[in-house]
Design a binder for this molecule. Structure first.
Ligand SMILES: NC(=O)c1ccc[n+]([C@@H]2O[C@H](COP(=O)([O-])OP(=O)(O)OC[C@H]3O[C@@H](n4cnc5c(N)ncnc54)[C@H](OP(=O)(O)O)[C@@H]3O)[C@@H](O)[C@H]2O)c1
Length: 309
């Protein structure tokens, strides 16, 4: 069926925020592709989630080379659905990818050498079926590669037209500051820092978020629901189809009596505000003025509906 997007997609509840000191306005909720879009997932469900996101004003789509499983398959899923449904709307979409985590065999298959990053973006563009991405991130700090090598590669990627903007993810604060200065000295402003931020993990408040404000860099918050812990879905055990049931990225061991007590306290606060636990958790992240966009994961369009309401 030919996809006709919602005509009123920019007239609903979605708000847009400027990414630091830049010309880019991103939806305050972004759709992440870490889970739920791999070749192990049902393609039609992936398509429904993407359509729902776009129909409701989400303009930022967050991918990485190794999202799946299997590695690369989330980008392939995105590429397939993009060709079918979204090609006419490319200029309404802000598409991100990243490289730096383990991706292929051998010493060039991970981290931040020029060799890895250039091969990484070239492979991603093929899988996505795109000429360029809107933002390319260095996915993690590499303690062994000289930072200048990584950052110069980001500059060159922008100069080559393969990415319009660059960003960094999970860098320690001092390395992030070095990156912001190095990049802006070469007229390639760092658009976004991507880091984990939620009610259970407030670490970015100490250094990363103030530094973003100081340098005019936007902040993209990931795992705002602590991978689902903050949605309230684990109050009565572990649902079979949940991320925790896989016991891999979200460990069953996280569900301690102390954790349940904390989650119940959040639930009470959410109830008082007539919000669901997930909405309450997202509001916490959104209310920090240094945050540009909150990247959520969703395993169904129905879940996403709760998150944007
Ligand atoms: N830069 C990095 O290193 C990095 C690292 C991690 C993530 N990220 C980015 O951030 C994105 C989001 O991360 P995340 O997936 O951990 O985010 P999250 O939003 O904290 O967790 C998403 C999970 O919560 C559950 N959920 C969401 N809405 C729900 C609802 N309404 N009701 C019940 N359960 C709900 C779903 O899990 P179930 O499967 O249980 O349904 C969903 O997959 C990723 O996709 C990726 O793009 C980046």
């Amino acid at each position: 069926m030919i996809y006709t997007p919602n005509q009123d997609r920019y007239g609903g509840k979605m708000q847009y925020r400027r990414a630091g000191k830049s010309g880019v306005k991103l939806s305050e909720i972004a759709l992440g592709f870490w889970h739920n879009f791999g070749d192990v997932n049902v393609l039609d469900n992936c398509r429904q989630i993407m359509r729902f996101a776009f129909d409701n004003g989400i303009n930022y789509f967050d991918l990485a080379d190794n999202y799946g499983p299997s590695y690369g398959s989330a980008e392939e899923t995105f590429g397939y659905i993009f060709q079918k449904d979204f090609k006419p709307f490319r200029d309404e979409m802000f598409i991100a990818t990243k490289a730096g985590h383990d991706m292929w065999e051998g010493p060039f298959g991970e981290f931040n050498s020029r060799k890895h990053l250039i091969a990484g973006i070239d492979q991603s563009l093929k899988r996505l079926g795109l000429d360029y991405v809107d933002i390319f991130y260095s996915h993690r700090y590499d303690p062994e590669t000289p930072l200048e090598e990584t950052l110069q590669t980001l500059v060159d990627i922008v100069r080559s037209g393969k990415a319009l903007y660059v960003g960094i993810s999970k860098y320690p604060a001092d390395k992030a500051e070095f990156a912001y200065k190095y990049l802006s000295d070469r007229d390639v402003h760092c658009l976004l820092y991507q880091g984990k931020y939620n009610m259970l993990d407030r670490e970015p408040e100490a250094e990363i978020l103030p530094e973003c404000e100081k340098f005019g860099v936007g902040f993209a918050a990931f795992s705002p629901l602590a991978q689902g812990l903050l949605t309230g879905k684990y109050f009565n055990g572990i649902p079979e189809d949940s991320r925790m049931a896989k016991d891999f990225f979200l460990k069953k061991a996280a569900l301690t009596p102390e954790m349940i007590e904390t989650l119940l306290k959040f639930k009470k606060e959410a109830d008082e505000k007539q919000l669901t636990p997930a909405q309450y958790a997202l509001n916490f992240v959104k209310k920090n003025p240094a945050v540009t966009t909150v990247i959520v994961g969703a395993s169904s369009a129905k879940q996403l509906e709760e998150l944007i309401n």
